[in-house]
Write a protein that binds this ligand. Structure first.
Ligand SMILES: NC(=O)c1ccc[n+]([C@@H]2O[C@H](COP(=O)([O-])OP(=O)(O)OC[C@H]3O[C@@H](n4cnc5c(N)ncnc54)[C@H](O)[C@@H]3O)[C@@H](O)[C@H]2O)c1
Length: 244
């Protein structure tokens, strides 16, 4: 029960990796704040947790919106008193060549993926006691990528740099921050990706389950990883090691 009496905020908790993380944390005793753009999806995760006698609340949020992020933090603190772990899982992709992408669309991806990590760190950390942990979702696209996803790949690369720098700053508070770079994982985000649908991005043979990512996230969010800080753990079934 690594999360007994701990409060965990998970963005993107309505689907895929975020949902699996919420369920795993709840099984291990956490009070889970399930935050998602899709309120019904967040509520479905909460219902699953409650059906197993767990504790969770659903909060609707656009993670790129500062007021809404602060509302999530306030809701978590109002209900549970403090925050022990934050998992920045929610993200979006776009699929347009750089010279064609609208400026607003580029900054929307950056604001959603990277801006959310900044906002949840800035507004969440003051409510985290010593021993707290933040886990940010990067991607193998921070390390090797395909055409037409530069905003996404850039945001994920920046999340890893953010994680390194923030680890230095948060060390004096005894709060750790790490990142996970998943490979292909069996979620709606993977199968809705036009590059995957077209075969431009090949994923055969190396597809993970959301629960396999949740296991790694829970390791980094718990005291079990107390000497791991500022790093990115690649969880991709070995995909990045292959030449093709
Ligand atoms: N699935 C993969 O193959 C894969 C690979 C590498 C990295 N990742 C990363 O893992 C994380 C989770 O992805 P997933 O595959 O579980 O995706 P998913 O599509 O299954 O779930 C994403 C969730 O985030 C929510 N969301 C999207 N935009 C949001 C916003 N602005 N505010 C709040 N919530 C929002 C969605 O409603 C959804 O519930 C993402 O950061 C993604 O980049 C996934």
């Amino acid at each position: 029960m690594r999360f007994a009496k701990k409060t965990c905020v998970v963005t993107g908790g309505g689907s895929g990796i975020g949902r699996a993380t919420c369920l795993q944390m709840a099984r291990e005793g956490a009070q889970v704040v399930v935050a998602d753009l899709q309120l019904a999806a967040a509520q479905a995760t909460v219902a699953t947790i409650e059906a197993a006698a767990g504790v969770a609340i659903a909060v609707q949020v656009d993670v790129g919106n500062s007021d809404q992020v602060q509302a999530v933090i306030n809701a978590a603190v109002a209900r549970f008193g403090s925050i022990d772990a934050i998992v920045n899982d929610a993200a979006m992709m776009s699929f347009t060549p750089i010279v064609d992408i609208a400026e607003a669309d580029f900054f929307h991806v950056i604001g959603t993926n990277l801006g959310s990590v900044f906002l949840f760190t800035k507004y969440g950390v003051p409510h985290m006691p010593a021993g707290g942990a933040i886990v940010n979702l990067s991607s193998v696209h921070a390390h090797a990528t395909t055409a037409n996803v530069v905003p996404y790949a850039s945001s994920k690369g920046a999340i890893e740099a953010f994680t390194r720098g923030a680890a230095i700053e948060l060390a004096s508070r005894k709060i750790r921050i790490n990142a996970i770079a998943p490979g292909a994982v069996d979620t709606p985000m993977l199968w809705n990706n036009p590059n995957v649908k077209s075969g431009v991005e090949k994923v055969q043979g190396a597809i993970g389950k959301p629960e396999e990512l949740a296991a790694a996230i829970c390791f980094l969010a718990s005291d079990e990883s107390s000497f791991v800080n500022g790093t990115t753990l690649v969880v991709d079934g070995g995909r990045l090691d292959a030449l093709a």
